[in-house]
Design a protein around this ligand. Structure first.
Ligand code: TPP
Ligand code: SF4
Ligand code: MG
Length: 313
């Protein structure tokens, strides 16, 4: 543990415990990791995702200086405000490139990105595809509420056909994106689906995603009680719906089988649909860096970089 972290300022105090060996440090409590009081509407599904993120941090002893929480813009993307750790509330749709830079330059960090369906699949749609295909190590949880919440009810890329909103007053007419199919076909190496109404399952999925070495994507249904109330009732046993886990015999390495699962009509299944161990961009880049270092012993990193820039002149 680097002693330079001792005085690292964090809202609410300094990380004094960071000087202890890892084994002697206690996991953070919810009190230590919770920042501002969430400003979401009472009953919003996003509360439960946040509470389970705190649980994950506590359970896995992810200390302040080892975790970063990034988001774009939207109700769901307010997430980092409410977490007492390093992070950023970044530009709408641009959370993934920002998080990619962090992941590639700081392999010691757990990089988590949270956001909404609009942020992920509208304005951020291209970034989603490229981060997935590059397999950059991070966990991306999309809190899908099938609507733009923050801007007060516009059609989102996941809104079902017929959904009436301020941008489709007679009902949405465009084919919605299927986040699971999109993630699998873009090249995400971990693809899972969960819902805020099943807390244990959300925690399980986030934990499995965090342990995956690569780009892990979790679609988490998160109801917007203000602008799309009841959207997910059919997946909630407390509202007369059904919560079906991914069948026990599903082979998570079978891309075609995962794609088929993803194509089932709502409420479909919940769990890990797909997983593969393709090398990450993080690992591939490290190989190039190591090879470059071998060739130019005795030079500092910035001098190697400078040499590369000079070659471009
Ligand atoms: C460049 C840019 N375009 C548009 C907006 C307006 N805007 C803010 S959030 C948002 C959509 C949010 O929807 P979603 O990502 O689904 O998040 P939710 O609020 O539903 O959680 C839009 C269009 C913006 N802030 N920046
Ligand atoms: S508008 Fe919807 S998504 Fe936004 S905080 Fe309220 S309930 Fe949640
Ligand atoms: Mg949304």
């Amino acid at each position: 543990m680097s002693s330079s972290l001792t005085d690292l300022p964090v809202r609410g105090g300094n990380i004094t415990a960071a000087t202890l060996p890892d084994a002697e440090r206690k996991g953070l409590t919810k009190k230590e990791i919770a920042a501002d009081h969430p400003t979401w509407c009472p009953g919003c599904g996003d509360f439960s995702v946040l509470a389970l993120y705190f649980k994950l941090i506590e359970k896995r002893k992810l200390w302040h200086e080892k975790v970063t929480t990034i988001a774009g813009i939207g109700c769901s993307s307010r997430f980092p405000y409410f977490v007492q750790a390093h992070g950023a509330h970044y530009i709408h749709g641009r959370a993934l490139p920002f998080a990619s830079g962090i992941s590639l330059s700081r392999p010691d960090l757990h990089v988590f990105v949270f956001g909404g369906d609009g942020d992920a699949f509208s304005i951020g749609g291209n970034h989603f595809n490229h981060t997935a295909r590059k397999n950059i190590k991070m966990t991306y949880v999309v809190m899908d509420n099938w609507v733009y919440g923050l801007t007060k009810k516009q059609t989102s890329p996941t809104s079902p056909i017929g959904f009436k909103s301020k941008t489709d007053i007679t009902g949405a007419m465009d084919q919605p994106i299927n986040p699971m199919k999109q993630a699998i076909s873009a090249g995400a190496t971990f693809v899972a689906r969960t819902t805020h109404t099943n807390p244990n399952h959300v925690l399980q999925m986030m934990e499995a995603a965090m342990d995956h070495d690569g780009f892990s994507f979790v679609e988490c249904l998160s109801e917007c009680v203000e602008f799309y109330e009841g959207a997910f009732d059919a997946s909630n046993p407390r509202k007369g719906g059904v919560f079906n886990s991914v069948p026990a015999d599903h082979d998570v390495t079978d891309e075609i089988a995962a794609y088929k699962l993803a194509g089932e009509p709502f409420p479909g299944h919940f769990g890990i649909f797909y997983k593969n161990n393709r090398p990450t961009k993080n690992a591939n880049e490290q190989k190039i860096i190591a090879a470059a270092r071998e060739k130019v012993t005795g030079l500092k990193d910035w001098q190697i970089l400078q040499k590369n820039f000079d070659r471009l002149k």
